[in-house]
Unconditional design. Structure first.
Length: 206
């Protein structure tokens, strides 16, 4: 029953929301609004489960002295101190919580984005090496698009920004629509498998 009841809940609610999407009746809309209120009530329990999972995973690493367990100490310490600062002094401007956000969280986010730029440059170097006709076309298109985004391209000739815009609006957009269509079909197929009870990995391994 531990697996059958969650499976029935997912199937029944899934089909109810499918009906709500395609049959916008007042009854289905009222049920949807009622469900949204319950979601808001249940979300704190989801946060609690997430915190418990974090404590269990990193606590186990610390106890067992696993590889890089010191980072788990930092993670749990930051969790406890940030939560304490938020509950103790609030989240308004000028509080320790906002100081942590402005002087710790934001610099770390900026650092991650800075590192991402180097990874993108490395990936672009590997992808744009003209070792075939297709790679050569990709390299030329990338050069035109990059020059079209900076004033240097327009200073050379107005054809560069015009060509860059055409590449973005025609072949690039066509590829994006193809990818989006594939993603949409994959989402539909996965949703149907979940609604029909074929996909059950969210229940845990057998």
């Amino acid at each position: 029953m531990k697996r059958q009841i969650p499976l029935l809940i997912v199937i029944i609610l899934g089909f109810i929301f499918v009906v709500h999407t395609f049959v916008p009746h007042k009854i289905s809309q009222d049920f949807f609004d009622w469900y949204q209120d319950w979601i808001k009530a249940m979300s704190p329990f989801a946060v609690f489960l997430g915190i418990m999972s974090l404590l269990m995973v990193h606590g186990t690493k610390i106890i067992r002295k696993a590889t890089n367990w010191q980072y788990s100490v930092v993670t749990l310490s930051a969790l406890v101190f940030t939560a304490f600062a938020g509950f103790m002094w609030g989240t308004q401007e000028g509080t320790p919580y906002m100081w942590l956000f402005a002087h710790v969280q934001m610099p770390m986010s900026s650092t991650m984005f800075s590192l991402l730029a180097f990874y993108i440059a490395s990936a672009a170097y590997k992808a744009f090496r003209a070792r075939s006709a297709e790679a050569t076309v990709l390299l030329l298109a990338a050069i035109v698009v990059m020059l079209g985004q900076v004033p240097l391209g327009a200073a050379i000739t107005h054809w560069i920004p015009d060509s860059a815009q055409w590449i973005l609006n025609v072949p690039n957009l066509a590829a994006k629509r193809g990818i989006a269509l594939g993603v949409g079909l994959g989402m539909v197929a996965t949703s149907l498998k979940i609604l029909l009870g074929i996909e059950r990995t969210y229940l845990g391994s057998d």
